[in-house]
Design a protein around this ligand. Structure first.
Ligand SMILES: [Fe+2]
Length: 303
């Protein structure tokens, strides 16, 4: 039996008495049940190899392929194997990124509240970070419980939200942190077209509803663009109030995984002259949140 210590009622739990490198199906079933209940799970002292981490992630579903339209390294060389997103300030040789490196922009975008891969038709279901290099201060990861935010929202404020569809765009969040729009060539845009996502969703295992928010949202279909932005900004501010947020302070060999279907997260700034390195494995959701043949109402959409 694993041990489960809730850090935060019904949102975050620390899991002990487990070796993630030697999981049985029965132990995984306990972990999965905790994942469905708490949304964020913390494991300490788990020095996983790359292969062991990917094997653990695959138990949750199909691994996502990570494409970064703005990052090209010589010969496609990577610091860590494909299958991972490289959440670090290091280049393919393990050296600190230069100021001019586009990967710094991606790191900055990770400091905006978001949910992983909501800019894809099929968004991320589960993401898992393992820490190899940590910084003594800063660099925390914050998680916001979008189920608790929904539950606490007054009934009159919830009204109408469940029928909304939002547009999520990979480049929108990058532009917010300084990406030059002129560099979004048609080829790069084709790699990451903007996509529709539901605005409120129901978690299939727990039946709980949650807001679907992210810094990737450009607009709400059928709504005046400024009104849509105001609504999103208001709800983002509401859902990230301290009572909905858990802050994880990293130690080497921590493994933290979370349910992207009902959380947002962001990285916090830190001294970029210090090495910080993590590996992220992400598993795709079961399918799109909006049917592939969905079309925005032409009467309302301004595009
Ligand atoms: Fe993320």
């Amino acid at each position: 039996m694993i041990s489960i210590d809730p850090v935060n009622t019904e949102f975050v739990a620390e899991i002990g008495d487990v070796d993630l490198a030697r999981l049985t199906d029965a132990v995984f079933a306990e972990i999965e049940a905790a994942f469905n209940r708490y949304a964020v799970l913390v494991f300490r002292h788990q020095p996983l190899t790359e292969g062991e981490q990917l094997d653990f992630a695959r138990r949750f579903g199909e691994l996502e392929v990570s494409i970064q339209p703005f990052v090209a390294t010589p010969g496609g060389k990577r610091r860590i194997q494909t299958g991972f997103s490289d959440i670090s300030n290091l280049d393919e040789n393990g050296e600190l990124l230069k100021d001019s490196d586009n990967r710094r922009l991606i790191n900055l975008a990770n400091q905006l509240w978001h949910t992983d891969s909501s800019f894809k038709r099929t968004p991320g279901k589960m993401s898992m970070l393992s820490a190899q290099h940590v910084v003594p201060s800063g660099g925390e990861t914050e998680f916001a419980d979008m189920r608790a935010a929904w539950d606490a929202l007054p009934a009159e404020r919830r009204h109408g939200l469940e029928h909304l569809v939002a547009e999520h765009d990979y480049f929108h969040s990058r532009k917010k942190v300084g990406l030059d729009p002129a560099t979004i060539t048609p080829e790069r845009r084709a790699l990451r077209p903007a996509v529709p996502q539901v605005f409120v969703r129901t978690h299939p295992a727990s039946g709980r509803k949650s807001l679907v928010l992210a810094s990737h949202i450009t607009r709400i279909y059928g709504m005046d663009e400024a009104d849509g932005r105001r609504l999103v900004d208001e709800l983002m501010a509401y859902a990230t109030q301290p009572q909905f947020v858990y802050t994880h302070r990293w130690a080497v060999d921590d493994v933290v995984l979370w349910d992207n279907r009902c959380t947002m997260h962001r990285g916090r700034p830190h001294d970029e002259s210090l090495r910080r390195a993590m590996r992220r494995a992400t598993v795709s959701d079961d399918g799109p949140t909006i049917p592939e043949n969905w079309q925005p109402d032409r009467n309302h959409v301004d595009a």
